[in-house]
Design a protein around this ligand. Structure first.
Ligand code: F6R
Length: 636
């Protein structure tokens, strides 16, 4: 029985009160994607047996990539044929040339059509090159064509953070037809990475309408990563509203929602399971429930009463684990224990600290997915570790070169050119690169030379930040993992070489403490791949002697933070340390002007400070000591 069926049978009966869409939650994106692909393949085969065409509505974006990979595998290894398949894509940017690297035409061919036996005449994607005055007629024809094929048998959907399906942005009506629309600010911000900058993102798109999507006989809807958790909660549990067009799916009779655990994290059954069913109370669940109760009632832990527990579906804790007084104290102590000024362990005083005192000093290896992730997420902790005498190394997993603008390259080149005015090689190279950059169009990929200069720039900044914090240059390691080096936002899959590089640095340094980014954001994104590479590498070295003495701590990358109830170690940061942290972030000067997607005027250092201050305030509200800022870690 498929995981999805099981979920329906077991979970959904319980959750119907809260979840308005049938939802299955998977451990990881790979297993969910494989199941969706199997579902699509079964439909294609069933239709083929009946001698009918299978009409599929398809989506682009990062979400369905795993599904398309799996369909391609099934075509190559299991003989799945697409000869009876007709496809209609949801959308295309407007205006957009088909040959442009960011066009959805390019995307679909790269990820699916080029690798299967679909007939070219059966592929339909909205045409981003039509004249604006022809767009109305074009959209009408697109819909007519779908109808003439008998309608969509199955629609594949992802969801944008704005709540869009297709490019039906907030405000789209239930009956909206296929049309030319203007994109939401959040959608534009989210696409900025793909296009190199916000200014380059087309402001409009052609999209299949809500009405057309709703007319599909079957809908497969998927979302992965913590970035989608909030909008998913509103889509699955919220009321139907045109402010979140995805909620219209609640009116569709046949929608299956596939989530990974990160995207499902805010659903009631996951976040507050005690509201849905009887749960097993242990230290972890009690801590989570008590912190939730404090936030709900705006009370510190030690002021919660028996009545508070009883009135808020938590009477079973009181019934089984003693009175409010005892439970409060237990959770208060748990939190207190996790707060320490000694991230590497406090020498000679082991008791009740999150880290061991010995060995001292520790050899510490901090993995940073890109240059700057280390200081953004744990700059204060890094400074402490160094001050407390530990031997700190940093391994930058990828080059991060894609985030350096062309103008920065020119700035550095000018220095080199003027530094070596007599060197013909330098002058010739300078001219070559200048010519390349001036001929470069929006979204064009850099050549090797420019990429390597961008890598060098980021290396220099990383070394400078480390030097500033007191980490010697010999302790700075650049893995330059190959999966990252596509020159584009879309990264390649992890290969043997990526794992080999990670294992090599681990075995060479044999650390006693490791820090790494524990992000579960975009599954195809850099941070998640870096985490996968690390966990796979740890699996390889786990039999090594040194590994039994090595503890691993996970921090969150730039834009997310751990849930306080999951945290095992919280490091208070003083006002002075926070400024040191800020200055270390500033050493990554090419990244200084990067704004937080969707939040105007929010540079990364500010976002990072806000996040650390918010944690401190949260702890304060729970009744803990009042700190300026706090960095948080979860034990791996
Ligand atoms: C793509 C589309 C969009 C995406 C959505 C999520 O054809 O219609 O609705 O599904 O923006 O994008 P990703 O998957 O990149 O997060």
């Amino acid at each position: 029985m498929s995981k999805w069926r099981e979920e329906i049978d077991v979970q959904q009966k319980l959750n119907r009160k809260y979840e308005k869409l049938y939802t299955a939650i998977y451990e990881d994106v790979e297993s969910a994607s494989a199941e969706i692909a199997q579902y699509i393949a079964d439909l294609i085969r069933k239709k083929e047996e009946k001698g009918e065409k299978c009409v599929l509505g398809l989506a682009t974006g990062s979400s369905p990539i795993g599904v398309y990979n799996e369909l391609v595998r099934m075509h190559k290894e299991e003989g799945l044929s697409f000869k009876n398949v007709v496809t209609f894509n949801l959308d295309e940017y407007y205006p957009m040339e088909a040959g442009h690297i960011q066009s959805y035409v390019h995307f679909m061919h790269e990820h699916l059509f080029n690798h299967i036996d679909i007939l070219p005449e059966n592929v339909n994607i909205p045409d981003g090159t039509i004249a604006q005055e022809d767009s109305y007629a074009f959209c009408q024809e697109y819909e007519q064509k779908i109808k003439s094929m008998g309608g969509l048998d199955l629609q594949v959907l992802g969801i944008g953070r704005s709540g869009h399906i297709g490019f039906n942005e907030p405000g789209s009506g239930l009956n909206s037809p296929t049309r030319l629309i203007s994109l939401d600010t959040m959608t534009i911000a989210d696409a900025a990475g793909d296009f190199g900058a916000v200014e380059n993102v087309p402001r409009r798109a052609l999209t299949m309408g809500i009405e057309t999507i709703m007319s599909a006989r079957d809908v497969v809807f998927m979302a992965w990563g913590e970035k989608k958790a909030s909008i998913l909660k509103q889509t699955v549990e919220g009321d139907i509203t045109d402010l979140i067009p995805a909620t219209y799916l609640q009116k569709h009779p046949n929608v299956k929602v596939y989530l990974d655990s990160a995207a499902a994290a805010k659903l009631i059954r996951i976040n507050t399971p005690w509201l849905v069913r009887d749960i097993e109370w242990n230290d972890k669940t009690i801590k989570k429930a008590v912190i939730w109760l404090c936030e709900k009632l705006d009370k510190p832990i030690l002021k919660l009463t028996n009545q508070d527990y009883n009135d808020n579906s938590l009477s079973s804790i009181v019934a089984n684990h003693g009175a409010a007084y005892d439970i409060n104290l237990k959770v208060f102590k748990m939190l207190q224990k996790s707060i320490t000024g000694w991230p590497g362990g406090k020498p000679e005083s082991d008791s009740g600290k999150p880290e061991r005192a010995m060995p001292y000093p520790k050899k510490i290896l901090v993995f940073s997915p890109r240059p700057a992730d280390d200081v953004i997420a744990m700059g204060g902790t890094l400074k402490r570790l160094i001050q407390q005498g530990h031997n700190v190394h940093v391994a930058y997993q990828t080059s991060g070169n894609i985030a350096v603008s062309d103008d920065e390259v020119l700035k550095f080149l000018d220095v080199v050119k003027d530094f070596s005015p007599l060197s013909k090689t330098v002058q010739a190279k300078y001219q070559l690169i200048r010519d390349f950059l001036s001929g470069k169009g929006v979204g064009d990929v850099d050549n090797r030379e420019v990429r390597s200069i961008k890598t060098i720039i980021r290396k220099g900044e990383a070394i400078s930040a480390c030097r500033f914090l007191g980490i010697p240059e010999v302790n700075v390691h650049f893995l330059e993992m190959p999966f990252y080096e596509t020159g584009m936002i879309n990264k390649a899959s992890l290969t043997h070489k990526d794992i080999e590089l990670t294992v090599e640095v681990l075995r060479r340094l044999q650390p006693t403490q490791v820090y790494a980014a524990g992000d579960l954001t975009d599954p195809h994104g850099t941070r998640r791949k870096c985490l996968n590479a690390l966990t796979r590498s740890l699996d390889i070295v786990k039999e090594d002697d040194w590994y039994s003495d090595c503890w691993t701590w996970l921090y969150k990358g730039a834009w997310q933070e751990w849930d306080i109830s999951d945290v095992d170690m919280a490091i208070p940061i003083s006002p002075e340390e926070l400024i040191t942290k800020r200055l270390s972030i500033f050493k990554h000067s090419t990244q200084k002007d990067m704004l937080y997607p969707g939040v105007e005027d929010m540079e990364v250092w500010r976002f990072s400070e806000n996040r650390n201050r918010a944690t401190a305030q949260m702890l304060d509200k729970l009744g803990m000591a009042e700190y300026e800022a706090v960095e948080m870690f979860v034990k791996y």
